[in-house]
Design a protein around this ligand. Structure first.
Ligand SMILES: [Zn+2]
Ligand SMILES: [Zn+2]
Length: 348
């Protein structure tokens, strides 16, 4: 049909229809923007609430393929947002979880395996793009300065384009990037205070992830509550010492008998390369029974599992591979972590 053949009445109906559709799209977009803004504001208010500490397991994965985001834990304490490690996928995961990314105060890196820092550049950048107007410090052992400066260098053009396009008011170049802050824990396994703000204290200490050195864990303290983050470690007397009596120990864990079976399976199908990797990784992670014993003898109140190797899904597998062997020796509370898991600690 040619345009000239359209009756004026048809024109008018078509125009009204397009007008109505356009108005309803406007209303739809406005309501979605309103809804997402409200949800994010409420989530931020809840997490930055000073009456409690909130732990969010932002990523519970490892370098082995799984459905999980790589390793990361967020702790909200006294209005501060502290992020421990930032493996692959963590920056987007935080936004999907409605965490107030622009409010981040500090990132703490445990060691330089990529599943603990791969998304650091994105965490630094996204927090700024989303409105961070304060400095961001990245704490970590020796090597952190090189790591941070490497990311900053690779993001130079990104920072430049954003400010050039949106202007200094929207993207103030003053707050782009982050500052590294290296620390050197004592070799005797005692901890060192590396962060202190409004009563919140974070200590760093060595763990045993040989041949990866340095490798550290962290202990967060506020108003008599304590949380330890293991980082990656084999069974470690330093971790045990720092975990003594803690409210929460958030620890990596491996079921070594399962990984030994995977090792044998690769050897039996003539894949010695993957067999060797499966053999090697058993040397620098902590086994389920070792972790259960460590938590029991350190009188840990609640043990939280993250960075679980192998990744398993479903009640039956999780029970057999993690819950049963740990609860055979550990009698405190046990939380099997998953991405997005929140733990709230009321404050006195
Ligand atoms: Zn790891
Ligand atoms: Zn590691």
């Amino acid at each position: 049909m040619k345009l000239s053949q359209i009756h004026p009445l048809q024109y008018s109906i078509l125009f009204s229809l397009l007008f109505t559709l356009s108005c309803s799209w406007d209303r739809f977009v406005l309501s979605r923007v309103n809804e997402s803004t409200t949800v994010k504001a409420e989530a931020a208010k809840e997490l930055l609430n000073k009456d409690k500490i909130t732990i969010v397991l932002t990523g519970t994965g490892s370098p082995l393929p799984s459905e999980s985001i790589q390793n990361s834990t967020a702790i909200f304490v006294n209005g501060q947002f502290l992020l421990f490690d930032s493996g692959d996928g963590v920056a987007m995961a935080m936004e999907k979880l409605n965490l107030p990314v622009a409010e981040i105060n500090a990132v703490f890196i445990t060691h330089f395996h990529s599943d603990h820092f791969a998304d650091l550049g994105e965490v630094i950048d996204r927090s700024w793009l989303l409105g961070r107007q304060k400095p961001l410090t990245v704490y970590g052992p020796k090597g952190t300065t090189d790591l941070v400066n490497g990311f900053l260098k690779s993001y130079q053009s990104e920072y430049y384009y954003r400010t050039k396009h949106h202007g200094e008011v929207v993207m103030p170049s003053q707050w782009k990037g982050a500052k590294p802050n290296e620390f050197y824990p004592k070799s005797d396994g005692s901890s060192k205070i590396i962060y202190e703000k409004d009563g919140v204290v974070v200590r760093g200490f060595f763990v045993n992830h040989e041949p990866v050195e340095p490798a550290v864990g962290y202990r967060v303290e506020f108003k008599g509550k304590s949380i330890v983050i293991s980082g990656d470690t084999a069974d470690s007397k330093f971790l045990k010492k720092q975990s003594f009596g803690v409210d929460y120990l958030i620890s990596e864990v491996m079921n070594k008998s399962m990984i030994a079976k995977v090792e044998k399976a690769y050897e039996s199908i003539a894949n010695p390369r993957l067999g060797k990797i499966m053999k090697d990784i058993q040397l620098y992670h902590i086994d389920v029974t070792e972790l259960g014993n460590l938590a029991e003898s350190a009188k840990v109140k609640t043990l939280v599992l993250t960075h679980m190797i192998p990744f398993v899904k479903g009640y039956v597998q999780t029970k057999a591979i993690y819950k049963d062997p740990i609860q055979k020796v550990f009698h405190g509370d046990l939380i099997i972590g998953h991405d997005g898991k929140r733990i709230e600690i009321p404050l006195p």
